[in-house]
Design a protein around this ligand. Sequence first.
Ligand SMILES: Cc1ncc(COP(=O)(O)O)c(C=O)c1O
Length: 435
Amino acid sequence: MEVHNKKLAIEGGPKAKTTPNFPMYPGGYEIGELEKQSVIDVINDKYLFRYYGPANVESRVKKFEEEFTAKIGVKYGLATNSCTSALIASLIALGVGPGDEVIVPGYTFFASCASIVAAKAVPVIVEVDDSLTVDPDDFERKITPRTKAIIAVHMRGAPCDMNRIMAIAGKHNIKVLEDVAQSTGGSYLGNRLGSIGIMGAFSFQYHKIITAGEGGMVTTNDQRLIDRAMAYHDTAACWRPGGPAGRFAKARYEGELFPGVNYRMSELTGAVMRAQLTRLDNLLYRMKSNKNRIKNAVSGTKGIEFRRLNDVEGDTAIVLIFYLPSAELAGKFAVALNAEGVGASSLHDKSVPDWHIYNHWDMILNKWTATPDGCPYSCPHYVDKGGKIEYSPDMNPKTLELLSRSVHIDIPPQLSPEDCDMIAEGILKVAEAYL
Ligand SMILES: Cc1ncc(COP(=O)(O)O)c(C=O)c1O
């Protein structure tokens, strides 16, 4: 690809990209007649609550669970009101609680970590590797006799190294909960994310690949785990299926029933999500085509090293990330790209807060808790097992170093081939000047 005018826009030259940037709301940006009609149908049917309504109408949330699990390739799904609640319900279902440690990567949205504390367990924050997902070596290094689970976050659209994570977890009897919030529809070696670990948690918040503004899903192949997640998400399985006989039936086994919260998905959300799910394959196809087009045009450029992908085929392609030789260059590069009209960001400036990087998680680093007794950190169940955890902003230097040298460019599905070519030209132009 030829760079038409080499003078950088930041130095007064013409912009490489002259078209507007789209917001990164892949499914949200497409919301239209399909979603509108789905919602109108709910209103017309007057079936607004997940567990009851007119007898001749079926719950949209239930239908969505069936359609979503068929897509992901798992037996069971439980729709929730967010991914945070899906994570908490999954941890509770897995039996995570006081005295346990849960491994989580230092690069993920804060919610992955907060969900562990909400489940009354202690987060152990580990490094990411050059895929920007859990570093399997650091995962293994930080296992203790108290480690009960790992939240494997498929960060920024791309899969973790699931083969290694599953092998290490299997060796140490650790449960793998996949956080698929940012990667719905992605896969690893042919299996959809959310079907590989013992449980998966998805997000349908507005920024995610498919969305209803808010929403989430628990996935698993294990009947007892879905029963327990279901019980927790519905105050105490208040609305167990099977009519009054089912609702009020005694627990079928120990651990089936216990008090919980209300994380139920609303029928209006379910209706929007059924429409959005029909768009998923097309959204993924467009993001992948766009990313390939840009990557092909800039690959081989001196000084640019693409983020490593654990499975190129399984990447949802929501973002193009590359590393530059230094943090200073990454910062300068992103500023120049923005001047070229290419929406880009770099994480080189550690003073700029970002909820996705552990060194900004003050609530964890300072062990702030809702009550002054300091549980779960000071909980006797934890302390008596020898548990003692210290956090510091520089405890995962590799994560910070990788992020500091990275440049991120979102890849909305709405980009045209011409938009992609202009983005590629912007990258080449800035690279020629700076690298
Ligand atoms: C990796 C990750 N996990 C969990 C969440 C929480 O999702 P929700 O907002 O649906 O609770 C997010 C949302 O940004 C996320 O990016």
